[in-house]
Design a protein. Structure first.
Length: 320
């Protein structure tokens, strides 16, 4: 029996999403992002931005460009699209054009500025009307009220992932959070921002969804960005993170990937557990059982998602 089937019920399995979600909205950057994904493989998502990337008055033309790029991407590519919020005049046209023409090719549709379950349900109705009934929905939580409702939003069956919209969240406080709260250091220390991040991560883990960490705008400070990615992964419970510059993609992959020692330990324990037919075992002087087997299996899945080399005993579990 495959470890995934032996250790988890179907409803317990998190969506197997790449740990990096890379955003691009300008045509040249969208094309370059898809080229980079083709080079590195689908170890990160490319989300084409039809919201901020669309010029005012040119929303329809930009949506058509997004469709063209998505349909032209390599068959193994993972391409998503961010549309306008549900209360924006362009929302329904976005969904009808993008999901209607390229829905079968997309990995997900991102809806920003979701405030409630009602907004999610409006997005679901639009997707279904466009014929994209199987397209996963990801949402952006960007206000104090949305954070308050994060658990209800995460519980909506069509939702696959929640992302934190840092910049809008800070500005929604009317100056009560200083500008440092949007910075690479302040976003990990200001109490209101920290609380929001933890609420979103907790809501996702409570309902089997993927928490996706917000942008870090200081893309030229690679050392600071790496520290931020590590904190998001190791301290705040996030399993995915946004990238807004190509130089951020590899640091995200590295920060969210397990180490070689962690991978080797996980492979040895899961292989021994399989031989024991998932009964408890002793490994390196410690008792291991199904609870720890689940953890170590998730280490191997994360290694695979980040393109890390797997030991021979684990390779058969990941044929692709």
């Amino acid at each position: 029996m495959h470890p995934r089937d032996a250790l988890f019920e179907a409803q317990e399995q998190l969506p197997a999403l790449p740990v990096c979600d890379h955003y691009a909205g300008v045509e040249v950057r969208m094309r370059k992002s898809l080229e980079l994904q083709a080079e590195l493989g689908p170890v990160f998502d490319v989300t084409l931005d039809a919201e901020d990337g669309a010029p005012v008055g040119g929303e329809a033309e930009h949506a058509a460009l997004v469709v063209e790029l998505a349909l032209a991407a390599a068959p193994e590519a993972r391409v998503g699209v961010r549309v306008h919020p549900v209360d924006h005049p362009a929302f329904e046209a976005d969904v009808a054009t993008i999901a209607g023409k390229a829905g079968a090719r997309l990995s997900h549709l991102m809806v920003p500025k979701v405030e409630s379950v009602a907004d999610v349900e409006a997005a679901v109705r639009a997707l279904d009307a466009a014929g994209a009934t199987a397209l996963p929905l990801q949402v952006l939580i960007e206000s104090p009220a949305a954070v308050h409702r994060a658990f209800d939003i995460a519980a909506q069956p069509r939702v696959q992932s929640l992302s934190f919209g840092l910049m809008d969240f800070v500005s929604a406080h009317g100056g009560a959070i200083p500008s440092q709260g949007m910075g690479v250091e302040g976003q990990f220390t200001h109490p209101l921002v920290v609380r929001a991040k933890l609420e979103i991560a907790s809501a996702c883990h409570a309902h089997g969804k993927v928490p996706s960490h917000c942008v870090v705008t200081e893309f030229k400070d690679q050392a600071a960005f790496r520290r931020a990615a590590l904190r998001a992964a190791h301290e705040f419970g996030y399993t995915r993170m946004w990238s807004i510059h190509p130089d951020q993609i590899r640091p995200v992959l590295e920060a969210f990937a397990p180490t070689e020692d962690e991978i080797a330990t996980a492979a040895a324990i899961v292989a021994a557990a399989e031989r024991a037919q998932w009964a408890p075992i002793s490994h390196a002087g410690k008792l291991e059982d199904r609870a720890s087997y689940r953890y170590y299996w998730q280490v191997l899945e994360r290694a695979h998602q980040t393109g890390r080399a797997l030991p021979p005993e684990a390779q058969a579990w990941f044929p692709h």
